[in-house]
Design a protein around this ligand. Structure first.
Ligand SMILES: NC(=O)c1ccc[n+]([C@@H]2O[C@H](COP(=O)([O-])OP(=O)(O)OC[C@H]3O[C@@H](n4cnc5c(N)ncnc54)[C@H](OP(=O)(O)O)[C@@H]3O)[C@@H](O)[C@H]2O)c1
Length: 305
């Protein structure tokens, strides 16, 4: 099957991470030129690139996506090396391991997550679209593609990680807006998002080592398995392909084994008697007399002393 990705220049942020490496290899094997962005794990990324046959078509750049000027400079470097950028995969992100309710989260954690996952994604998309405005569309009409990596946390929420869920949910606003903006720059340009559920990468390693957390995640999914990074890369490659997904824009492709939401309670935590009791009309609960309670407990019925 023809994917039409050959010789396209592909930007991948978060290329030093688990999903990022799978993306690099997938697009490298598809014959693309690669602009691989990482923040701190440069050495391991360099080692990964050097061990692959597509290494001579890859450049690596150190970019903190929270820094808009740095992202713009990186796009200039990409244009200097490869002439243009055709595909941009906005994959970099963070997920603090510790589960904390919003009111317990330090403000700096909320800022860091939003600045990375949301503002960093917006800055990357902005610089890519700015670059497209400078170069114009490809002469061969293989339209530009912008693909975000979101999360099922943005769809279902994630107690203990509400700041992360918020940062990922907001990406949908970008997808829905930018699909209409990109066509002013490239009439066949497309914008989509892949939404992974639990995926076996360094980000999720600690959480997945906890078998109770694993059981809880799997209990919401018909497919009893966890995604491999390659599953996410395959979905991104499909959406980025000007042949396979030429008429797909503004869509979210969820890769999460059919996940339907979040398990709220373990069996032992469900109080069936209380649930059945709550079926009674409200006055059943509101009237202390019916509950057999002491009227003295009800302040409204307590005679003045
Ligand atoms: N794994 C999962 O279960 C899962 C589920 C749903 C969604 N996702 C999403 O999938 C994407 C990739 O995650 P992953 O599992 O591959 O995680 P990972 O292995 O931890 O990789 C994260 C990547 O993001 C980069 N990064 C973080 N902050 C950055 C910043 N300020 N500037 C530039 N790069 C930055 C990291 O760069 P350095 O390492 O070089 O610092 C790394 O390359 C993320 O957006 C994540 O939210 C993952």
């Amino acid at each position: 099957m023809r994917h039409g990705l050959e010789n396209l220049t592909v930007i991948i942020t978060g290329a030093s991470g688990g999903i990022g490496e799978a993306l690099a290899n997938t697009f490298g094997e598809a014959g693309c030129r690669l602009a691989l962005f990482s923040r701190s794990r440069h050495a391991s990324l360099a080692e990964y690139v050097a061990s692959h046959p597509w290494r001579d078509r890859a450049m690596s750049l150190s970019v903190d996506i929270r820094d808009n000027a740095a992202v713009e400079r990186a796009l200039l470097d990409v244009r200097e090396s490869f002439g243009r950028a055709d595909v941009c995969i906005v994959n970099a992100g963070i997920w603090p391991t510790e589960s904390l309710a919003l009111h317990e989260q330090p403000v700096r954690r909320i800022r860091e997550v939003v600045e990375t996952n949301l503002l960093g994604a917006a800055f990357t998309a902005r610089a890519f679209l700015e670059s497209l405005a400078v170069t114009g569309p490809r002469a061969d009409d293989r339209g530009a593609s912008l693909c975000f990596v979101g999360s099922t946390a943005g769809r279902f929420g994630e107690a203990g990680h509400s700041e992360y869920a918020m940062s990922k949910a907001a990406l949908l606003g970008l997808v829905r807006s930018l699909k209409n903006e990109i066509v002013a720059l490239d009439r066949y340009g497309r914008v989509n998002m892949v939404e992974p559920g639990w995926t076996a990468t360094p980000m999720a390693a600690q959480a997945l080592a906890d078998h109770e957390a694993l059981r809880s995640a799997i209990s919401t999914m018909p497919l009893q398995q966890i995604a491999r990074a390659q599953d996410i890369a395959n979905a991104v490659a499909f959406l980025s392909s000007p042949a396979l997904a030429r008429h797909v824009s503004g869509e979210v492709l969820t890769v999460a084994g059919g996940m339907e939401g979040r398990r709220q309670w373990r069996d032992a935590e469900i109080d069936v008697a209380a649930v059945i009791d709550r079926l009674q009309p409200d006055d059943h609960h509101c009237s202390p007399a019916q509950e057999g309670a002491d009227p003295a407990d009800d302040p409204a019925s307590t005679p003045p002393r």
